[in-house]
Design a protein around this ligand. Structure first.
Ligand SMILES: O=C(O)C(=O)C[C@]1(C(=O)O)C=C[C@@H](O)C=C1
Length: 92
């Protein structure tokens, strides 16, 4: 009954995982640069701009709120990841 849709979800999730891994790797590069230059992890202006750009990219406005929420959570996790990677201090 749900097999087709679940197969679609699994295929999408696989792509999402790849993209999230790619994003987290870049975010860790940012953490290294921020640490070297003693910059704060949180950049309020960048986040506001990123969220505004994301909202503009959503094609079906039904999903704008949900996608914004996901990106807000992504930014939260991103900052936690940067903090953890800075504390570990392994660099790249
Ligand atoms: O662009 C930055 O300065 C980042 O640190 C990356 C990132 C993000 O995940 O997109 C994370 C934290 C900042 O508050 C803003 C953006």
């Amino acid at each position: 009954m749900l097999a087709k849709q679940r197969a679609q979800i699994d295929a999408i999730d696989q792509k999402l995982v790849q993209l999230l891994e790619m994003r987290l790797k870049v975010v860790e590069e940012v953490a290294v640069i921020k640490k070297e230059n003693q910059l704060p992890i949180f950049d309020k202006a960048r986040e506001a701009n990123l969220l505004a750009q994301v909202a503009l990219k959503v094609e079906d406005s039904t999903y704008t709120g949900a996608i914004e929420e996901i990106f807000q959570y992504l930014l939260k996790v991103s900052k936690e990841q940067q903090k953890a990677s800075m504390e570990k201090g392994t660099g790249l």
